[in-house]
Design a protein around this ligand. Structure first.
Ligand code: SF4
Ligand code: SF4
Length: 394
């Protein structure tokens, strides 16, 4: 029964994901992802972290519920609860339930140290969609205690009980650990049935610290372990440049498509660029979203904030579906000539790289997801160029 319930929840989640994607494709003016700080306090003290303290109380629940409602009113698709350590908030479950009631996807960032079976079951009941935790090393050291040896029992409990999707982020470049450690962590995550992502260590402003050769090789191997759409897309030129320490040309849409809401209820570009624009969420308007999304960010070329990259990837896909998909496919094939694209990418290729007659079918799919059909006047590019198939052949 438990297995059936998990499968049913997973199927519903995939449907809601597809709906979120379709809405992101349709409109460029609502936030795709917002991170909300529920407490600054953390039970750990990682040496590289600039996002925690040891003393702050939890943000009052009534304030957080108002912020969730405001984000939902702005049309936010995904709301992530973060910290500090988010599990230190005593009313976390009611926050998750509110996110779900307001129609957004609920995500939790945690260091995992406070998880046990009872806590995981409460997260299930609240309706959590995704949980992400980062692991920095195999054994604790002076830089970080987010270690596989300390967290593995919690990972097993998650594998046994969680009805939400678990993602393990292996951080490469934290401390002086061998790069192979990140690969071991990613393989353990995959063995437990989780998805895995890769994080690249940054400086105090979210800017890139170039990786050594050994680290770059490990990044490529971990990315090949993870066939999800977003991980797949990370194999594009963007991630290549990040691991090589080269600048990227992209438009950061923070402040519009991505929002970071601090403990004081102010909107910032991201956790690493706090203070800008620094406007209270309660007065944040459609005009603010539009202006800040278009505002150039000088920190963009060497940015490592991966969730904002992913949001930008959705926007690039929205504006130039042919070019965006083709670039992803080309980069992937350069790494692995015999690869087979994941189902989600094959579906997107069918919808966006195929012949023009598929436009009607793609619009029908959008309508089935509760989204009006694509406005042909928008800059979508749908069906307007010669098709390419999944292998990139014209
Ligand atoms: S667990 Fe997370 S929030 Fe806490 S100190 Fe480490 S990186 Fe920062
Ligand atoms: S480019 Fe955007 S996401 Fe990256 S550090 Fe700057 S404001 Fe933050």
């Amino acid at each position: 029964m438990a297995m059936l319930a998990r499968r049913a929840k997973r199927a519903l989640r995939v449907l809601r994901e597809a709906r979120m994607f379709a809405r992101a494709m349709r409109s460029p003016r609502h936030p795709i992802l917002a991170q909300v700080v529920v407490t600054r306090r953390c039970n750990l003290a990682c040496a590289y972290c600039n996002e925690f303290d040891r003393v702050s109380p939890p943000v009052p629940t009534a304030d957080l519920l108002r912020r969730i409602d405001r984000l939902a009113d702005l049309g936010t698709s995904i709301i992530t609860l973060t910290g500090g350590e988010s599990l230190l908030h005593p009313e976390l479950d009611s926050l998750i339930a509110r996110i779900r009631r307001r129609g957004a996807m609920a995500v939790l960032l945690t260091n995992g140290f406070l998880l046990n079976r009872d806590r995981i079951r409460r997260l299930n009941r609240a309706g959590l969609d995704y949980l992400q935790l980062s692991i920095d090393n195999l054994k604790p050291d002076a830089v970080s205690k987010k270690s596989l040896s300390l967290l593995d029992r919690r990972l097993e409990e998650l594998a046994a009980c969680a009805e939400f999707q678990v993602t393990i982020n292996s951080v490469v470049g934290a401390g002086g650990n061998p790069p192979e450690d990140a690969c071991t962590i990613a393989m353990r995550a995959r063995a437990l049935g989780f998805t895995s992502t890769i994080g690249v260590v940054h400086d105090g402003a979210g800017q890139l610290r170039p990786l050594e050769d050994g680290h770059r090789d490990v990044v490529g191997r971990i990315l090949r372990l993870a066939p999800s759409l977003f991980s797949f897309a990370q194999l594009g030129h963007f991630q290549e440049n990040v691991v090589r320490g080269l600048p990227n040309r992209w438009r950061c849409r923070a402040g519009g498509r991505f929002l970071y809401v601090c403990e004081d209820g102010l909107v910032h570009y991201c956790s690493q660029q706090r203070g800008r624009p620094g406007i209270p969420l309660e007065t944040y308007s459609a005009a603010d979203l539009a202006r800040e999304a278009d505002h150039p960010k000088p920190c963009a070329p060497f940015c490592t904030v991966s969730c904002v990259h992913r949001v930008a990837m959705l926007d690039r896909f929205r504006e130039e579906p042919h070019d965006a998909l083709a670039a992803i496919l080309d980069a992937r094939k350069a790494h692995d000539p015999g690869f087979r694209a994941p189902a989600a990418v094959r579906m997107l290729s069918w919808a966006f790289l195929g012949p023009r007659r598929q436009e009607g079918a793609a619009n029908a799919a959008l309508r089935a997801l509760g989204v009006e059909s694509w406005d042909a006047g928008q800059t979508s590019g749908l069906g307007r160029r010669p098709g390419r198939d999944i292998e990139g052949r014209p």
